[in-house]
Every structure is written in C-alpha cells, then in structure tokens.
Design a protein around this ligand. Structure first.
Ligand code: MG
Length: 242
C-alpha cells in the first residue's frame, strides 16, 4: 500500500513538474483559424449553409423519377399531396448538419401511423420519422423522432397538430467494407424542438416497414421527404456539409 502511495505521489509530482516547465503559449493553437460565418436567427440558415428550400420555389426538388415535384407550394411551405410520391433534393450529400421544420395537419384525422405521417430520409435511405405524436400513441420505434422501426426517441417532445416543429440533425454517413457490410455505421443525433431525442444513435441499416434493417452500399445521396398520404408541410430546410 505504501509503495502504491509513493508511486502515485511520484506520478503527480512529475506531471506537475512538466506543467510548471511549460509556458502558456505552448498549448495555444492559432493556425488554422475556424472560418468566420454569420449565424442565422431563430433557425434561419447560417451564411455557409446550402438552402434546400426557401419557401419560394420547388426548384431544388424532384420526384423519384427525376420529374418536377408535385407537392404543393403554399404559404412558404411545401405540402405533401396524396399520390404525388416522395420527393428528393437535387443536391446529394454525405455527413451533414441539417435543419428542417415540419407541421402536421391542424385538422386531426386518422390515428397511430395514419396521422400526419411523413419522413425525412438521410441520404435517401434512412428514415427519421415525422408523425403527429401529440396524444397519438403508436409503436415507440415508429413515433415522431424515431429511426423508423429501429430506435425510439429519448423523449416525446411533440408540439400539437398545426404547429411548426423543428428537427436539428447531425448525421454521419457510413463507410463500407463491402456491398452489405458497414465499416462504420451511419450515426444520427437529433434535437426535436430543441430537445435531444437521438444521441449519436447508430443506424443499423435501411428502415423498412416489414422486416429487419438491411445494409446496401451507397454513395452520396439526397434528402428525401415521404408522401405517406397525409398533407404534412415542410419549410426552412438547410444543410451544412461536414
Ligand atoms: Mg413515415
């Protein structure tokens, strides 16, 4: 025991000696300097972001066949139309910070997965669920903020139907060993209305309605918004590539 105490003392004494010999300058980093940007206000895009939807035009979006988006442009928002199909950004990305605002219909119709259902697919593959989860019980790994059929959100931070809500996302793209095996999994952190609901969550693969996740190798991909037959709206969408 005495020997251990002496050893511990020597260790801290030597660390303290090194620290005393050093000058403050030796641990200061001046170069490189982080880029200077102008931050946004109330969720608006910072100066170095790519704006994917500014409320005025659907130009940055196409349907899955590459044709023009059939979603409706309404009061600065784009609204899913039953039968119009999913839409994707022309812009393709890998790891990114993403801000997106969404609103489920004020008129409450349907229940469980049938109420305000849409989704945000990272790289067009992995669904972060959008749903009216305000007083609307459904399976936990299918409610708003879930990685669909994989990971439930840490909390239900939903606002009511007809209210604008925010997701702030930090997404890291996967790398692959082979066609069906990750080298590093994709990961996702999500703030829902400012509340942490996914904390560096490891994504297991695709997010199908039926069956387990699958791993399919992919490169850069778009942001995809789901048409699930409910008129869910989106606005103020921007991305900063990491
Ligand atoms: Mg969905």
């Amino acid at each position: 025991m005495k020997y251990l105490l002496a050893l511990t003392f020597c260790f801290y004494a030597s660390i303290s000696a090194i620290t005393q010999e050093m000058k403050p300058e030796e641990t200061k980093v001046w170069d490189p300097e982080p880029a200077v940007i102008t931050p946004g206000m109330n969720g608006s895009a910072p100066s170095d972001a790519i704006v994917l939807f500014d409320g005025k035009s659907l130009d940055g979006w196409v349907d899955k066949d590459g044709g023009p988006s059939k979603w409706k442009l309404e009061d600065g928002a784009m609204v899913a139309q039953k039968g119009a199909g999913d839409i994707i950004t022309k812009h393709k990305f890998e790891s990114a910070q993403i801000h997106i605002e969404w609103r489920t219909p004020a008129k409450v119709e349907g229940e469980s997965q049938g109420r305000g259902n849409s989704g945000i697919f990272l790289q067009g593959v992995y669904e972060l669920q959008v749903l009216d989860s305000y007083n609307n019980r459904t399976y936990s790994n299918g409610q708003a903020g879930s990685i669909y059929k994989q990971t439930m959100p840490l909390a239900n931070a939903s606002k009511g139907p007809g209210e604008w809500q925010t997701y702030d996302i930090i997404y890291h793209a996967p790398t692959f060993n082979s066609g069906h095996e990750y080298k590093t999994h994709p990961t996702i952190t999500v703030f829902h209305n400012g509340v942490l609901i996914q904390d560096h969550t490891k994504i297991q693969g695709t997010t199908p309605y039926i069956g387990p996740p699958k791993v399919n190798q992919h490169g850069k991909g778009p942001l995809k918004l789901q048409d699930h037959g409910n008129p869910t709206a989106f606005r103020n969408i921007w991305i900063r590539e990491l």
